[in-house]
Design a protein around this ligand. Structure first.
Ligand SMILES: Cc1cc2nc3c(=O)[nH]c(=O)nc-3n(C[C@H](O)[C@H](O)[C@H](O)COP(=O)(O)OP(=O)(O)OC[C@H]3O[C@@H](n4cnc5c(N)ncnc54)[C@H](O)[C@@H]3O)c2cc1C
Length: 462
């Protein structure tokens, strides 16, 4: 096992030389703020929080930390759900909070170049002036760096892709202090190894993203939301497969279970019956395209036994529905004090989705674990979120989680569709990747031989 060196006064002085006196803090309050993400993985304190402002500063911090054997864990806003930015081995929490600049808007190329600390919601507010937006939308005001590092996605990934599909070029600081550029601003690129995508989803274990050029999309002229309620979960998720099978170009196709629908109606100002529900959205330039899509979806949902179908083109109503959907996790937390939640995040090919949902329900019933089901169903991405309150129920929830992950992999899917591996999924990586995990270790060893970058993540303990 790698051993790390403590952060000394001399080391702190050298850090201050790089980022300035107010760019380093060892205050307990700051270290506490960077000790835990939004998951229930136990917090761990770093020794110092560092706020660089430029790529060159990030590179210099890494060079110094590498020379001294001090771990560095990048930090966006800590909205991860698998312990991804928790500084497990102490050392430095490297925050990108002071790197929120928009470097250039290439509006005619539908591109923007940004520093990594900008929140995607803040970015989209600024891009609205150009009639453009960055489509991946994980909900919390996640940073671009955190989204690229986790390969985050969201409700609109079914049409616009995940973070990996919406990035063209990045500047990355490596563990040894080199600052490299990967990818290009060209939409088409086939030049050499695809290093750009090597860093996407690497969770800060291979390098720190210090700048990114993102692909943008014109804000759609017309948007329409559809809410379809079903008698049971199985019927609703089978309808998902049928809707996808039509080849309809939906911009969102999410599932929420009956208890979640009831909670959102009670707490978040929407009117959704307490039944398993599909939330959908269409984007188009012409009203006829939307009408046609709505008609087809209506027909399929009726055929599949939907009990109520509501469609709205009213922007306020549409935003209220998605805002409520995005509030699900926080609302559950608020309404259930004393309960901890373990979010599952498996994804499978769409035709396997119903089988996976049924399997998860059976496992939960067998182990006496309760929870709620939401998911980006159109992507085959399922989030059963499991409740636990003590050590014993935590163990049972972990057993369910493990069984469902294995089942997802057996069905041709993956242990994580969007939250990343972090701490929670690391033990399952050999099951999913087999020998390919050895290749990942070799890549890690090549780029970060002293294992200073976000140690303890992605790979199970040896
Ligand atoms: C209520 C709620 C709903 C969510 N819904 C979704 C969802 O629908 N889809 C989804 O994908 N996720 C979702 N998430 C998870 C989370 O928002 C995303 O994973 C997000 O991308 C994390 O961004 P962040 O800025 O908070 O990064 P952090 O959590 O701070 O960091 C994420 C990881 O990236 C690394 N990192 C951060 N910045 C950099 C950088 N510049 N260079 C290299 N590595 C870096 C960190 O070390 C860490 O490993 C949700 C979270 C919450 C709380």
């Amino acid at each position: 096992m790698t051993t790390y060196n403590p952060v000394t006064e001399t080391f702190l002085a050298q850090l201050r030389d790089i980022v300035g006196v107010d760019g380093v803090s060892t205050a307990e309050s700051e270290r506490n703020l960077h000790a835990a993400d939004m998951s229930s993985h136990p917090p761990h304190l770093c020794d110092a929080v560092v706020w660089p402002t430029t790529g060159a500063q990030v590179a210099a911090v890494l060079r110094l930390a590498n020379a001294h054997g001090v771990p560095v864990t990048p930090w966006g806003v800590g909205s991860s759900l698998e312990g991804n930015p928790i500084p497990l081995y102490g050392g430095i929490s490297l925050s990108t909070e002071r790197m929120q600049g928009i470097v250039a808007v290439h509006a005619d190329d539908f591109q923007v170049t940004v520093q990594p600390g900008i929140g995607y919601k803040d970015l989209n507010k600024k891009l609205a002036a150009y009639g453009l937006f960055f489509p991946p939308d994980p909900g919390a005001n996640a940073t671009i760096g955190g989204m690229l590092a986790n390969n985050a996605s969201g409700i609109r990934t079914v049409k616009y892709g995940a973070s990996k599909d919406n990035v063209l070029r990045m500047e990355v600081a490596l563990a040894d202090g080199r600052l490299i550029h990967v990818g290009s601003r060209s939409i088409k690129q086939s030049s050499g190894y695809d290093l750009l995508h090597l860093f996407i989803g690497s969770e800060g274990t291979l390098g720190v993203i210090t700048e990114a050029t993102l692909k943008l999309t014109p804000i759609p002229a017309l948007m329409s939301a559809v809410v379809a309620s079903f008698v049971d979960v199985e019927t609703a998720v089978t309808a998902v497969v049928a809707i996808k099978g039509t080849g309809l170009d939906l911009a969102a196709l999410d599932f929420i279970d009956g208890s979640t629908a009831a909670m959102l109606t009670q707490e978040n100002g929407v009117d959704i019956p307490a039944q398993p529900t599909l939330l959908m959205e269409f984007h188009a330039t012409h009203a006829e395209t939307i009408e046609l899509g709505l008609e087809m979806v209506r027909e399929i949902c009726v055929e599949m036994g939907a009990t109520r179908i509501q469609a709205t083109a009213d922007p306020t109503e549409r935003q209220r529905i998605w805002h409520a959907r995005h509030q699900t996790y926080e609302t559950k937390l608020r309404l259930n004090p004393g309960i901890s939640w373990m979010p599952m995040d498996v994804a499978v090919p769409i035709t396997a989705y119903p089988a996976l949902v049924v399997f998860a329900e059976q496992e939960m019933a067998a182990k006496g674990v309760s929870g709620f089901l939401i998911g980006h169903a159109g992507d085959g991405n399922m989030h059963f979120t499991l409740a636990y309150q003590d050590k014993e129920s935590h163990e049972r929830a972990k057993e369910v989680n493990t069984a469902v992950i294995r089942r997802a992999v057996d069905l041709g899917g993956t242990a994580t569709g969007e939250h990343g591996v972090g701490i929670g999924k690391a033990p399952l990586m050999p099951y999913e990747h087999g020998l390919a995990l050895d290749v990942m270790r070799q890549i890690k060893q090549t780029l970060d031989p002293n294992s200073i970058l976000n140690p303890g993540k992605i790979f199970p303990k040896l």
